[in-house]
Design a protein around this ligand. Sequence first.
Ligand SMILES: Nc1ncnc2c1ncn2[C@@H]1O[C@H](COP(=O)(O)OP(=O)(O)OP(=O)(O)O)[C@@H](O)[C@H]1O
Ligand SMILES: [Zn+2]
Length: 486
Amino acid sequence: MTQAPTFPDVYLYDTLQRRKVKFEATSPGRIGMYLCGPTVYSDAHVGHAKKEVAFDVIRRYFMHLGYAVRYVSNITDVGHLQNDSDDGEDKMLARARLEQLQPMEVAEKYFWSFMDDMGRLNVLRPSIQPRATGHIGEQIALVQELIARGHAYESHGSVYFDVRSWPNYGVLSGRKLDDQEEGTREEVRTEKRDPRDFALWKNAEPGHIMRWDSPWGEGFPGWHIECSAMSLKYLGEGFDIHGGGLDLQFPHHEAEIAQSEAAGHPFARYWMHNNMLTIGGEKMSKSKGNFTTLQDLYRRLDPMTVRFLLVSSHYRSITEFNDDAFVSAQNGYRRLTEAKGEVERRLASAAEHDDSALVTRIGAHRDAFEAAMRDDFNTPEAVAALFGLTRDVNAALAAGIGRAGLQAAHDAYRELGGDVLGLFMEGQSDTQDDAQMLDTLLELVLQARQNYRLNKQYAESDALRDRLAAVGLTIEDTRDGARWKK
Ligand SMILES: Nc1ncnc2c1ncn2[C@@H]1O[C@H](COP(=O)(O)OP(=O)(O)OP(=O)(O)O)[C@@H](O)[C@H]1O
Ligand SMILES: [Zn+2]
């Protein structure tokens, strides 16, 4: 008989229980995770990256422990209104009008830019990435179940969740019903039995182009219902972990729990929330306009340095985004990659050497890294363990190191820094090294050409230029000297 694999204990902070708890998977060795994804109506900013990287690291750590993780993250392409309170224009439609595009063109454009931005950050692709518009049937079915059980009602072609019928409403955010306020437009207010009821389905007014047939007439789903319908569809009842930004705890996540459980479907067992990335102490957000898109940031900062900056603070801590944070991320990341690069270079021609003391110390740094990650994914402590490793590795590189030490260091960088924290993209160091080498070689070539010209050996200097042109490299003479370009 084969032994069932065992997994080390992992403690995570569960927002629902408001404390750190030991994680227990529902099915042995398997984890279902759901993360509220983007509304694809504009380019992603650094705040979005904090959330994506936070949950990517959690997923990667479980994978590193040997779990099979099904990671579902939705794409919102309908129903997210400009106000959280069931009124305002659909964000997709507003953008479509502005850019003179079809809403689905907007969705397509920003979906791919999101994927590209997160890909450069080495965020693993979700196992399933369901779109709200592709799951209208599932959403309607869930709304019907809620009506049948007496937890939702139809009003003027819209359907609302009846919060008074569900005493558990408020369980996640800890808000008591009487303390909750809903500032809604007067018309919407009169459609609701209680101003705190939230929309499950909205009647589409004439001219509203995103519309689908439903038992209540033509309309479109409310924003919250998609996450219940799609997480239950792909992960099943009582799935393991639901994640998202702390700002979504209320009303979005509260609504997700209410509408799933009131329909008779036990929902997520653990709730995890990342804190906010702030700028000048305020949440970076699209609507506040205080955001830096990832595309802009990548012009100044290598994406891996951005990722390093994000994992250097805990997912439940606020990350303040400023120039000091950039500089220390650049320095810190360079320290790691330089040591890692040197280890790789030396490994190719390593000799035997007594590395037993170093190997023991590397083991201790690995243990510290694992202990930090098992304690609610404490990435700043895990990064500190990588720095501890780097100090020892640098000392050994200076004093003498052999194959065993280099291999142990290499494995630690690859598995902990690479696989778990996602800080090293495959092939990344090679391309960087190649680019650097090309730069150095061409500097030498330009120098040689300059010497020919000083000696009036124009035939030789032209021949050099022509040989470079033949392989697609152009030399430009500028006032500041010669430059090369691809
Ligand atoms: N500054 C931030 N820090 C961390 N997570 C964020 C930040 N901004 C948004 N998120 C997360 O990204 C996801 C999508 O957010 P959303 O599209 O609402 O972005 P937003 O910039 O807050 O937009 P808006 O201002 O229009 O609400 C949510 O899970 C949210 O928690
Ligand atoms: Zn959601």
